[in-house]
Design a protein around this ligand. Sequence first.
Ligand code: TRP
Length: 330
Amino acid sequence: METVVSGIRPTGNLHLGNYFGAVRNFLKMQENYNCFFFIADYHSLTTHPTPEDLHENVKQVLAEYLASGLDPEKSTLYIQSDLPEVAELNLLLSMNAYLGELERTTSFKEKARKQPENVNAGLLTYPVLMAADIIIHQASKVPVGKDQEQNLEMTRKFAGRFNRMYKVNYFTIPQPFNFGDNLIKIPGLDGTGKMGKSEGNGIYLADDPKAIRKKVMRAVTDSGPTEPNSEMSEPVRNLFTLLEVVSTPDTVEFFRDKYNSCEIRYGDLKKQLAEDIIKFTAPIRERINEIKADEAYLGKVVKMGKEKAHESASKTIKEVREIIGIKPFF
Ligand code: TRP
């Protein structure tokens, strides 16, 4: 069975875009692949979170993925910092990662521009740590969004370079995971573009009903159709896209007909959309809170993940040390 690795940044909460994107993909992958999903807490240290925030964020994101259906029995679900082998491989790989190529990566340049007061070495070597995450389990597939393509390209480069340098065919060169075009793109509530954390246009799984109603009622629309069967503007189309995701086909049809006959009242559409989003997210939110309150369960999940991940990571590190020439004297 092919091995898949993916890291999850413990920053912020899951919104509907994440849920119907990354999370849905994980749920599909866990059925068919040997999956390693981990919470990338080392990576998140580049932004200097407080100790309290770091721990809370790790716990939150773990609870949200579990509540969304990630199954610790089917996939290996662990916390990056529970695997010291990752830190060791990061160090070993960094010896063959060159300053020039690291400085040239788009994400580094962007972060350096955005936060000139904190251009730390961890930001520079971010792709090295990510490569370590992936090749420590000899992953052949990595699900990546557009923003992570270059990082995966770096992983392929570092793995290939290691193989050539030591004249071995050791590391698997990972491929980007391709889901095809049938992914639903969840739009934001601000009229254009997709739902995103930085855009501030999202509805979160952890949002309470009041917050959801408020956000949906404020969503951007237009002044309404003036002739029958006219084309929808982007903001209105976006509301329909969300409706299609959370409502019944009958409801969607009802509002489509209203739109086509120019009788639509966007306020009614929004009210319905808000209630259907609440209906959809309420059970997930409830599970998130239950899981977060169950320290014993979380502890069990994390421990099991650590043990399973350690098995494959320790094997890799042992072999890598041997290839490099780090040999035991005793
Ligand atoms: N860099 C990824 C992100 O920002 C998170 C990540 C860390 C990752 N290590 C990984 C993703 C390994 C895939 C594989 O989303």
